[in-house]
Design a protein around this ligand. Structure first.
Ligand code: 3AM
Length: 190
């Protein structure tokens, strides 16, 4: 009985970069123009994100500790350009990524992953490959467009997301966000 209660209080969490609405819309439009409908299950625009660290099913107490640690991260923002594209048939994922991921992105993911591991959240031993998942269930060969969207955005915050599955759909809700410092103080310019 106690186990059942504990389990229902656990949340499926991950840290990620959100994408600006315009970038989400542009990607979805480009995807519709460049992939056949049978490529796989398209991820909804609002769910497009770039995962930094997957935490799994996490208790409230552990989530609070991870949130406190995330709040102590002091790092500058960075620009992300989605200029790479690929298909991982074994996991059925078609993705957008970065040919040269910014150092800040790799550092932030590394920090969040090591904090998660220290809190007992299993981390995959696979190297971190920053990507935005476009399709899931893409287990058959997919013709990859020659050109990506080349969408760019400024990552000026990162977020803790909860993955919620209801009525046959997965929704990613932001639990909390933390700012990444600006490289210049725009209020000082002029
Ligand atoms: O959309 P992407 O692929 O970047 O793949 C899952 C998704 O990231 C990933 O966490 C994000 C939110 O669901 N994910 C799910 N299970 C995972 C696992 N066991 C996982 N990442 C690593 N290990």
């Amino acid at each position: 009985m106690i186990n059942t209660v504990d389990k229902t209080m656990n949340k499926r969490l991950f840290f990620a970069l959100s994408l600006p609405d315009t970038v989400q819309q542009n990607i979805v439009q480009w995807r519709a123009d460049n992939f056949p409908s049978e490529a796989g299950r398209p991820i909804a625009a609002a769910n497009l994100h770039l995962t930094l660290a997957f935490l799994g099913e996490v208790s409230l107490g552990k989530a609070q500790i991870l949130q406190q640690q995330a709040g102590r991260i002091s790092q500058s923002g960075f620009n992300v350009t989605l200029d790479d594209i690929g298909h991982w048939p074994s996991s059925g994922v078609v993705w957008l990524g970065c040919k040269n991921p910014p150092r800040g992105l790799l550092q932030l993911a590394q920090l969040l992953r090591s904090q998660a591991a220290r809190s007992g959240c299993h981390q995959t031993p696979l190297p971190f490959h920053p990507h935005v998942t476009l399709f899931r269930g893409a287990i058959r060969p997919v013709t990859i467009p020659a050109k990506t969207t080349n969408e760019s955005f400024r990552a000026n915050h990162f977020s803790l997301y909860e993955s919620v599955y209801a009525r046959g759909r997965t929704r990613y809700n932001i639990v909390q966000s933390w700012p990444l410092a600006g490289t210049e103080r725009t209020s000082d310019v002029i």
